[in-house]
Design a protein around this ligand. Structure first.
Ligand code: SF4
Ligand code: SF4
Length: 115
């Protein structure tokens, strides 16, 4: 039986940022306009898909990520971040993969309240 996720009062993402510096963050191109993303933060990949600038390279790092991965980070596009940024949850498989890439220990699956 699965245990209920732990409820926490801190946000481990604030001293991590690994998932913003591990993967290509791509989305349906029209999201960029509807969210008002700055053109400089978006790279068009195909007629239908775009990604966040900086994430379409061998060592991805979103250009909106501010700070040092594994130390202290913030997202300069937090209010406008596209759908893939909402999907990763602290402690899930993507999170574990990203943290492993950056030499950070896996987190337990956490329940975070949106701030
Ligand atoms: S979801 Fe995981 S990998 Fe992404 S910033 Fe939060 S703790 Fe780090
Ligand atoms: S927009 Fe923000 S949350 Fe999304 S990948 Fe970039 S830094 Fe991370």
């Amino acid at each position: 039986m699965m245990n209920a996720p732990a409820t926490v009062t801190f946000n481990p993402c604030l001293d991590c940022g690994a998932c913003c510096a591990s993967f290509r963050v791509s989305f349906y191109w029209a999201e960029a306009d509807s969210l008002g993303l700055p053109a400089a933060m978006v790279q068009q990949l195909t007629p239908w898909h775009a990604c966040l600038a900086g994430t379409n390279q061998p060592a991805p790092r979103c250009q909106a990520l501010v700070g040092e991965v594994g130390q202290s980070v913030s997202c300069s596009l937090y209010a406008q971040r596209p759908s893939p940024c909402h999907e990763v949850q602290a402690g899930d498989a993507q999170c574990r993969k990203a943290r492993h890439k950056h030499g950070l220990p896996a987190l337990p699956m956490l329940a975070l309240s949106e701030g």
